[in-house]
Design a protein around this ligand. Structure first.
Ligand code: ATP
Ligand code: MG
Length: 460
């Protein structure tokens, strides 16, 4: 898998490098082009244009981060990041189709069609007191530096490898080549300090373990459980971004397992984590596993994945439990589910800020679970045209697969979708009749009233 076998004998010593990081400049390990297999043909043409554009203007230009790591490991990179000694303004001037972004990190996005290349100027480590808050977290990080300084402030050694467009060599200051060869993920520098500076590194560590199948270096692993609570201070919008990366990496099953194992899942999805821990064999737990398996399969097959579906699956356990609870208190099924869904969603988004466009879809998926059981008359036909029918139907299949008693219902809907109109009419005709109109009208009135009461309660 690893394409840098030729330099196996050039071992580096992590502690030597740590010592160096505190003071004098280090001599990096330079892996020349003939000693590694990262080839320009694997690099996106857009990234190459940026690299050459910078080089031709007299600047240093390197590919860095996940793309170098993934290419050396034999994976296709998700995106290409570039590091340079040109200032963001200089980069912006150089590329017509580019824009300056970011406040904490000032970056340039060079956009060519759908692909955006992120260009960052080398950064110096945050030293001045005003750049770090009282918990050790970096709050300002815009001091430009050298390539070497840039390397030391990155998170993991395997993410601090630079591919130099001048001679196609790989530059390694922090021992990343060594760690890649050993299959290790290690934070650069003092582990506790680095987690405190940015607790999201905990999520990143587990994501890379899940995604790349590497193992955590001892210290990098040791501090995770103790420092996980620092994730509470991370803004919910950032946690949303990171959560998506965790679950859409193509290794959601493994990654989720790790999140649970290291006690991180509870910091992201408190209610779900509590329920899954107390009832690991529940249908909700099985449903989540199935949903994650499906997500991974879809990603492998290049099919789109909707994060709303994932959200619906992760939160189904506590939503379902609360729904049952309200029904036990004699609230009718629909308002009971609406109330449960609204409450769970508003609590959850305070932690991980799933945007409304996604939570509304998740809510639809849940509420349609009730409509899927009501098929008489024109209802089944109407439901088929609902924009979220397909997602709700898939969710019903998952519930059935996970052991909820919906085998017959799922089969009915599967058949119904593929039947022609006369067969569909027949299928609906064979169902037990719907409650009489008079009765139904009266019930509807009751339901509406109650749901009004429910939403009034919530607003208060
Ligand atoms: P992938 O793109 O596959 O998710 P990546 O490592 O490229 O993984 P990015 O978020 O694209 O992740 O970040 C690019 C690079 O920026 C990283 O490889 C790392 O060098 C650096 N980096 C990202 N996040 C941090 C962080 N929280 N602390 C320090 N360095 C970071
Ligand atoms: Mg990246």
């Amino acid at each position: 898998m690893l394409s840098i076998t030729k330099i196996f004998n050039r071992k580096q010593n992590r502690s030597e490098h740590e010592a160096d990081s505190l003071g004098q400049p280090t001599v990096p390990l330079i892996v020349s082009r003939d000693q590694h297999n990262l080839s320009r043909s694997q690099v996106s043409p857009q990234a190459l244009k940026v690299l050459y554009g910078l080089k031709d203007a007299g600047f240093e230009a390197y590919l860095v981060g996940g793309c170098v790591r993934d290419l050396l490991l034999g994976y296709e990179p998700k995106d290409f990041d570039v590091a340079t000694n040109a200032s963001p303004e200089e980069v912006h001037k150089l590329f017509k189709r580019s824009r300056l972004i970011g406040r904490r990190f000032k970056l340039v996005h060079v956009g060519f069609g759908r692909e955006v290349i992120e260009v960052a100027t080398f950064r110096a480590p945050p030293e001045a007191e005003q750049h770090i808050d009282q918990h050790g977290k970096i709050v300002q990080d815009n001091v430009f530096g050298t390539l070497e300084q840039d390397a030391w402030r990155r998170d993991f050694t395997i993410n601090a490898l630079y591919y130099n467009i001048r001679d196609f060599s790989i530059v390694d200051y922090t021992g990343g080549i060594n760690d890649l060869q050993a299959g290790k993920i290690g934070l650069i520098g003092d582990v506790e300090t680095r987690y405190r500076e940015d607790p999201v590194r905990i999520l990143r560590a587990l994501r890379f373990v899940g995604k790349l199948g590497l193992t955590l270096e001892r210290d990098t692993e040791k501090h995770i459980k103790g420092l996980a609570k620092l994730l509470q201070d991370i803004p919910p919008a950032r946690l949303f971004d990171e959560t998506l990366k965790l679950y859409l990496s193509g290794k959601a099953v493994e990654t989720h397992q790790l999140l649970v194992e290291y006690g991180i899942f509870g910091h992201l999805f408190t209610d779900s984590a509590r329920l899954l821990a107390s009832e690991p064999e529940s249908t909700a737990a099985k449903l989540l596993t199935r949903a994650l398996e499906n997500t991974d399969t879809r990603i492998k097959e290049g099919k789109p994945v909707t994060p709303a579906f994932l959200f619906a699956a992760i939160l189904w356990g506590p939503t379902f439990a609360r729904w049952q609870n309200y029904q036990d208190k004699k609230i009718p099924p629909l308002p009971a589910l609406q109330k449960a869904a609204n409450e769970l969603i508003s609590k959850q988004v305070q932690r991980v800020a799933f945007p409304k466009r996604l939570t509304l879809v998740a809510r639809d998926i849940w509420l349609l679970q009730i409509r899927l059981t009501m098929r008489q008359g024109k209802r089944a036909f109407r439901l088929l045209t609902h924009p979220k029918f397909r997602a709700a139907y898939d969710f019903l299949l998952l519930r059935s697969d996970a052991g909820e008693p919906f085998e017959e219902l799922s089969q009915w809907w599967t058949d119904f979708q593929f039947a022609d109109e006369s067969e569909q009419q027949k299928m609906v005709g064979e169902l037990a009749p719907a409650p009489s109109k008079r009765k139904r009208r009266r019930r509807r009135g009751t339901t509406t009233k109650k749901s009004v009461v429910v939403s009034t309660n919530q607003a208060s």
